[in-house]
Write a protein that binds this ligand. Structure first.
Ligand SMILES: N[C@@H](CC(=O)c1ccccc1NC=O)C(=O)O
Length: 308
């Protein structure tokens, strides 16, 4: 007879019916039972909605190792850690793994990505009793988490208590404008146009409506929201600071209290009804941030502690 031991890692769990290759998630459980107060961490990877080399397992691994090795006290408050895959958009020019037109896992278009993410979260709520949770998203993973709480491309939305947003894309029109010639070389501009068109089609009005900056983040739309930590590194060579600045303006207008400094007394998320937006600078290049994972683990530990 086999007994289940903890901590327990469960890879590639299908969350859809019928199951499919990328409608899966990885779960890490610290123990067999959870108190209803415990918080889940849900990671959503980036890769411009199309990069086959950025998946749920690989992208959370460095962060997960830091959490498990360096923040062990934290685990008492964590119900589980999950990392989501979602179906991707085409990437026919990928150097090592180009997509083919008949691969239904790699021909997705908005709102399929966000609907997959929402389905994955519903699965965790249904099958693992996930109640309280914190979303962590890198690049287009940050975009997807804001679309989720704003209900962009969804019939219903469901709420994390906090979001950690890393090097995210929040306005598609601004991203394309900031990567247009002559300031940006033609071949680079084409990459941005290609992945936005791959993920959202070629109708520019969709870009505006689907951008997180067009969403609502007030207490009516997202009642569970208490804390957002929105992060950017000046060394990010792919997503520019203006994306974060634009998102902060939108959140400020919708009643979020911006706190720039660590340990500022304004930063009191325990106060009833307070919605705090922390703006943080990270170090390192766009992908190095998740490849290294140390800064992400530290942020996760901090946010869990502040919510408890
Ligand atoms: N590695 C990606 C590129 C990528 O991820 C990216 C490029 C520019 C700006 C943002 C990006 N990723 C966001 O999720 C690709 O293969 O298309």
């Amino acid at each position: 007879m086999s007994s289940t031991t903890y901590p327990r890692y469960i890879p590639s769990v299908p969350y859809s019916d019928p199951p499919s290759r990328l409608q899966t998630l990885d779960i890490w459980l610290p123990r067999s039972t959870n108190s209803s107060d415990s918080v889940w961490i849900v990671y959503v990877h980036g890769g411009a909605w199309r990069d086959p080399t950025q998946d749920a397992t690989r992208c959370i691994e460095p962060t997960l190792n830091h959490v498990l090795n360096s923040y062990t006290a934290l685990l008492d408050n964590i119900g589980g850690i999950a990392s989501l895959n979602y179906r991707l958009s085409p990437h026919t020019s990928h150097a090592t793994d180009p997509s083919t037109p008949h691969d239904s896992e790699r021909t997705a278009q908005h709102p399929q990505h966000i609907r997959d993410v929402a389905r994955g979260l519903q699965y965790l709520q249904r099958e693992y009793g996930m109640r309280r949770w914190i979303g962590v998203g890198h690049s287009c993973g940050a975009t997807l988490l804001l679309q989720l709480v704003a209900g962009i491309g969804l019939d219903s939305s469901g709420g994390p208590e906090a979001l950690i947003l890393l090097e995210g894309i929040y306005s598609f029109p601004l991203l394309l404008r900031n990567h247009a010639p002559p300031a940006c070389p033609e071949h680079i501009s084409k990459i941005y146009n290609d992945f936005i068109a791959g993920a959202f089609g070629t109708d520019g009005s969709v870009y505006t409506a689907a951008s997180p900056v067009a969403g609502k983040y007030d207490a009516e739309q997202w009642p569970e929201g208490r804390l957002m930590v929105i992060c950017h590194s000046y060394e990010d060579e792919l997503v520019e600071r203006a994306q974060r600045d634009f998102m902060c303006v939108v959140l400020d207008r919708q009643g979020w209290s911006i706190v720039m400094e660590v340990g500022d007394e304004e930063d009191e998320v325990r106060a009833e009804g307070r919605r705090v937006l922390n703006v943080r600078d990270l170090k390192g290049g766009h992908d190095w941030i998740w490849e290294d994972g140390q800064q992400i683990a530290k942020l996760v530990a901090e946010v869990v502690e502040r919510l408890m």
